[in-house]
Design a protein around this ligand. Structure first.
Ligand SMILES: NC(=O)c1ccc[n+]([C@@H]2O[C@H](COP(=O)([O-])OP(=O)(O)OC[C@H]3O[C@@H](n4cnc5c(N)ncnc54)[C@H](OP(=O)(O)O)[C@@H]3O)[C@@H](O)[C@H]2O)c1
Length: 265
């Protein structure tokens, strides 16, 4: 895209301390955006901000926050207002999958995951879209997953949460597109990051061949290009696109069987 059109624009990225979020920070910064980096690990955000300032000479603001604390979004919104920072692009990326079936997890564990994957991104869109509308331009990337299309995993609420993100993003895009705000649901498949380590399944997944994995930089770059082009859904990678196409036409009985056998595709 034309670099001058993104000069002095600011992107807010959640989950910027590792993986796809950190990769998004690099892509936006290399396209002249200033950044607001949000995550819990401040040391990670500090070193990413220094790296970005050194490499791209942009302005990087760190907001270290646990998005699962009450009023986290309101407090981010208020702090940015106090600092006179307007948000032109929003990347709702922070997330994890609870590695426990429904009955094994406490309600607090389930509700925290639902909050981070569903409520927080929706509230951030609701907070920041009005400013984008006022300024006549905006970009929103909500990181979903091919899990939004996939068979369920016994007792896991992750696919349902990512499905919400997919549908919510499309609904917002339909409403906001006439105001020149482009909303993209980004659907990566297996991506190398800290995600599976956090879940405690990294070893277990080591049998999956390397070619099935994408790297975070490619996923983020494709997401950036897709939202700038005005796409509203982007599935990263040919294999993942083929899988999603198969899921879309798969009879529910077959999907249910795959879920029952806990087959990872
Ligand atoms: N990796 C994959 O295979 C894959 C595939 C499809 C979709 N995705 C999605 O991609 C997104 C990014 O994941 P990733 O793969 O980059 O994983 P990751 O490397 O584990 O990054 C997750 C990010 O979320 C942040 N985060 C987690 N809990 C948070 C909280 N309570 N408050 C604030 N920030 C929090 C983490 O930062 P702190 O720990 O510093 O807070 C970290 O920056 C997620 O939404 C995930 O569901 C991943």
């Amino acid at each position: 895209m034309n670099d001058s059109s993104t000069e002095n624009k600011t992107v807010l990225i959640t989950g910027a301390s590792s993986g796809i979020g950190a990769a998004f920070a690099r892509v936006f910064a290399s396209n002249n955006f200033d950044t607001v980096l949000v995550a819990r690990r401040k040391d990670r955000l500090d070193s990413l901000a220094s790296e970005l300032s050194r490499s791209y000479g942009n302005k990087n603001t760190i907001l270290s926050a646990d998005l699962n604390t009450p009023d986290a979004v309101e407090s981010i919104y208020n702090r940015l207002n106090e600092m006179n920072i307007s948000i032109d692009a929003l990347v709702n990326n922070a997330g994890y999958a609870l590695p426990k079936p429904f009955m094994a997890g406490t309600w607090e564990e389930h509700s925290s995951m639902i909050n981070l994957l569903v409520t927080v991104p929706t509230e951030l869109c609701h907070r920041f879209a009005p400013g984008m509308k006022e300024r006549g331009e905006g970009w929103i990337i909500n990181v979903s997953s091919i899990a939004a299309f996939a068979p369920e995993f016994p007792g896991s609420l992750y696919n349902a949460a990512k499905s919400f993100v997919l549908h919510m993003t499309e609904a917002l895009d339909l409403e906001l597109r006439p105001s020149n705000i482009k909303c993209l649901s980004l659907c990566p498949g297996l991506t190398s990051s800290e995600f599976h380590e956090t879940m405690g399944v990294k070893e277990f997944l080591s049998y999956i061949p390397k070619w099935r994995w994408m790297d975070s930089d490619t996923v983020a770059k494709q997401g950036f290009d897709a939202v700038m082009k005005g796409e509203h859904i982007y599935i990263n990678g040919r294999v993942n696109r083929a899988l999603v196409n198969a899921f879309k036409v798969m009879p529910n009985k077959v999907k249910y069987f795959i879920g029952k056998k806990q087959i990872i595709l």
